[in-house]
Ligand binder design. Sequence first.
Ligand SMILES: Cc1cc2nc3c(=O)[nH]c(=O)nc-3n(C[C@H](O)[C@H](O)[C@H](O)COP(=O)(O)OP(=O)(O)OC[C@H]3O[C@@H](n4cnc5c(N)ncnc54)[C@H](O)[C@@H]3O)c2cc1C
Length: 327
Amino acid sequence: MLTTTEAPVAALARAASDTRQLDAPVTPDQPDVAVLPAARPYAATVSRIERLTPTFLRITFTGPQLHLFGTDGLDQRIKVMLPLPGIGFTPLDENDWWGAWRRLPNELRNPLRTYTVRAVRSDRGEVDIDFVAHGDTGPASRWATSAAVGDELILIGPCLRTDGLLSGVEWKPGDATHVLLAGDETAAPAICSIISAMPRDAKGCAFIEVPTIDDALPIDAPNGVHVTWLARNGDAHGSALDPAVRAWTDSFVSDGHRGERLADVDIENGILWEVPEPTSHSGGLYAWLAGEAGVIKTLRRFLVSETGLDRHQVAFMGYWRVGRAES
Ligand SMILES: Cc1cc2nc3c(=O)[nH]c(=O)nc-3n(C[C@H](O)[C@H](O)[C@H](O)COP(=O)(O)OP(=O)(O)OC[C@H]3O[C@@H](n4cnc5c(N)ncnc54)[C@H](O)[C@@H]3O)c2cc1C
């Protein structure tokens, strides 16, 4: 069942509004409206493109259902479903999009990639995503760098009508007194959102490695949170981030911790994703690290095995791998 780019996106939106009367803005506490699946597809059209820096492209999407798009902000992750060349989108059942997508043959399965919600303006039905333009090696980067106003894709994200949105948010500092955030350019949208939402008396620091210093973005950080943008300038991923995190941690963490032996994580065939629950750490430092899997794996070993930080105080997300497509 193949259709053009326009038809399935429009059909998806129409089917949803026909059956669920979603045409008016709603709030999650309205009792008389249907509760929808926690993550659901939204037809989305590019309405604005802003080249923020040489690396970051901010793309604003609108869509007939996007006033229902829910988010808790912070590092809220979502999926983007990209058109297949010459095919567009294969229609999927909105209530079982994941199962339906997985059952498709490869040639009909639209590429699915993970991104962070940079901003949601429900009143205008708008969602912003900051894409890293890393060339045409991957379908998402390729799509973003050639996107034009009017282009369509499908966003898969939370719904305002779902009870408890907190799915897809890993920033859980609990009662930590200090925070450490570290990541590469793919983590920059999340780090910017997290820092902007921090209480004004928060303390800690953030290290963000980007391709060039021109990629530094403005962040509204509390006075006690020091943000450092680190330029890689063509060197290997992690070459600027790794020493910066080590130097800061060495000066922050006191002696007396015992290192923990870590089981190896196979980052060639899986992802490194280890996030603690907020109740499991008490006071002290909470660290959140995200980016290229090899870099995050090395920093994990340093923080936990060498420095002795409790694993329950650190969220590690090594989610993309040099030379390997997201699957
Ligand atoms: C929770 C989460 C949140 C994320 N948030 C964002 C976000 O807000 N913005 C964002 O841009 N990315 C974000 N990412 C990373 C993004 O999902 C990956 O970079 C993804 O691989 C991009 O898909 P693609 O189709 O462009 O490349 P793929 O098809 O996945 O990969 C193709 C090739 O490109 C390489 N590649 C992939 N990403 C990069 C990169 N950034 N730089 C250089 N080479 C790369 C791969 O190693 C591979 O060789 C996030 C990932 C996760 C898991």
